[in-house]
Ligand binder design. Sequence first.
Ligand SMILES: [Zn+2]
Length: 302
Amino acid sequence: MMSLRFLAGATLMLSLMLPAAHAEQPSANTSHGFDRQQWNAPQKPFRIYGNTWYVGPYGLSSILLDTGQGLALFDGDLPESAPVIEANIRALGFRVRDIKWILNSHAHSDHAGGIAALQRDSGAQVLASAAGAREMALGGADRDDPQYGDLPDYPPVHHVRVLRDGEVVRLGGVAITTHYTPGHTQGSTSWTWTSCADGRCLRMAYADSLTAISASGFRFSDDPGRVAAFHRAIATVAALPCDILLTPHPDASDFWQKVARRKSDTDAAPLIDAGACRAYAANAGKKLDARLAQEHAGTGTK
Ligand SMILES: [Zn+2]
């Protein structure tokens, strides 16, 4: 009896200690610094600008576009984000079954993990780059991914419509342009469209992650073609039509700081920065250069 009670106590202590130990080492399980609970924290959905809405949890963007003839959704976030995103869409008065398209930034579990469920629940068509479609069908287990072996798998996504680089797709009154921006993953894609409110139209950019991170042992510099493509992707993002920059990780573009400065729900001013894509790309370029220098110097990479 005593030993059982002791065991129960020890188990309780262990379970109390584990989350704290995890919190001290946020990057222990992957090079992404995966903290899925924090990423999936609830967030009230809201209008970003015009027909563009934020419907993701707090730490991962999911962007809804109301085209007037159906909805387009950018990213499904983590597998456990799908019900959060669906509840947010309903809370805004939209219907999940009106999602016609689901578009993906890149095929990692924190942006594509919820797509299979969202596809099933909505009947939407999923759209991605050629490499992105291949990666999503593998559920993120792509050997060509710099972070291969380091990231969680997720429910694979099938029946993906492949879009070419530069391809423009139209739904309702909205034209969405596909920009291949490989580097973070081979299938990384950025998307642009225009949203209008009160007669003022702004250029919206959903620019993909440009971080040169990897599983240990991987070297970007082993493949000059990959490095050249990464540099081109950074230049592509720098040149995107971009009044409002959105990123798959909101904090990568200081999104919440900008939102906090809004004076009302329709105040767009703090979100507008025509130099934001250039600055985002410049920062990525510096980090890529630092990473390559590190690889050439033969010092440890992560
Ligand atoms: Zn990623």
